[in-house]
Design a protein around this ligand. Structure first.
Ligand code: SAM
Length: 293
């Protein structure tokens, strides 16, 4: 990773470890599941047609590649991610697709971007993992020109996303070591509360903040459901790392919790998201608040 910034943080270790590997291995399935989120962000890209776009926490690159396709070769699309295996996968996809998208492996929270270098910053569920969110968004503000657009999708609460938490809820009684969710901590549901999003963005140099609640219908082939259950989320992590007694029973119990989502050969579910948009505030970008950088 460039400059090893943040290289010892828990999130960096996580995304450069088994979690990053799973996202690489399941790239095609995850991109299929999260395509409605990508479409939502691409509507904004299409409307704004920025010359220079940054995709934060771009992972294996789907949204950066989609933006580059929309904007064409004369525009600059950069994806930044803290995970070396995910960035390697994104670079390989860009070569295969002959895309002009480029990728940087670095911590977006601390990376020293060219000041005012971007007209648009996007992210598909890639901005909830910072250990200092105001500092991170202030850093992104410095990377944005005045009036640049910020547009990202983040998850609403676990309660509003029962599909995503069904496996851990169903198996909790069987697995005392299953790590509990910590509300507000860096991770999947860190931006579940609208007020928290606003409290992060306001002091970080972003204004005209709009937080829109969006429910997106998603689907995946039923044959792939078991992969999501056994590889993703807290249960997936535990199954990969720990020697679990009666593994088969745990998996069977988790799978049964999804029966109500199965329709024939497909699984149908709704993802509860926030679509957050904002503008880089007027004034000196270097004055943007936050505790970092
Ligand atoms: C849930 S994944 C989403 C990946 C991608 N946006 C997608 O939709 O497929 C979150 C991503 O954020 C990245 N990430 C976490 N903390 C980061 C940081 N501080 N700087 C850059 N990327 C980070 C992870 O490595 C991971 O790729």
């Amino acid at each position: 990773m460039d400059g090893k910034q943040g290289a010892d943080s828990p999130q960096c270790r996580l995304w450069n470890g088994p979690k990053g590997q799973v996202w690489v291995e399941l790239q095609s399935l995850l991109d299929q599941v999260f395509k409605p989120l990508e479409d939502l962000l691409m509507e904004g890209v299409q409307a704004g047609m920025p010359d220079r776009l940054l995709d934060v926490g771009c992972g294996t690159g789907s949204t950066t590649l989609a933006a580059a396709q929309i904007l064409g070769r004369r525009q600059r699309c950069i994806g930044i991610d803290i995970s070396e295996p995910m960035i390697a996968a994104a670079q390989s996809r860009a070569r295969q697709q002959n895309s002009s998208a480029a990728f940087v492996c670095a911590d977006a929270q601390r990376h020293i971007f060219d000041p005012a270098g971007f007209d648009a910053i996007i992210s598909r569920i890639g901005v909830m993992f910072f250990d200092d969110p105001p500092g991170a968004f202030a850093n992104l503000r410095r990377a944005a020109r005045e009036d640049a657009t910020l547009s990202f999708v983040a998850w609403r609460s676990p309660a509003e996303n029962p599909f995503m938490t069904a496996a851990e809820r169903a198996t909790a009684a069987l697995l005392p070591d299953l790590p509990p969710r910590q509300p507000g901590a860096p991770g999947q549901f860190a931006f579940a509360e609208e007020v928290h999003i606003r409290n992060v963005l306001a002091p970080s140099g972003w204004d005209r903040v709009e937080v829109r609640s969006v429910d997106l219908p998603c689907r995946l082939p039923e044959k792939d459901l078991i992969l999501l259950i056994t590889r993703m989320g807290p249960l997936g992590g535990l199954l990969q790392e720990a020697d679990i007694d009666d593994r088969a029973r745990v998996i069977e119990t988790a799978r049964a919790a999804f029966d109500s989502y199965v329709r024939g050969t497909e699984v149908h579910f709704t993802l509860a998201c926030w679509l957050v948009t904002a503008r880089a505030s007027a004034g000196s970008a270097s004055a943007a608040g936050g505790s970092d950088a």
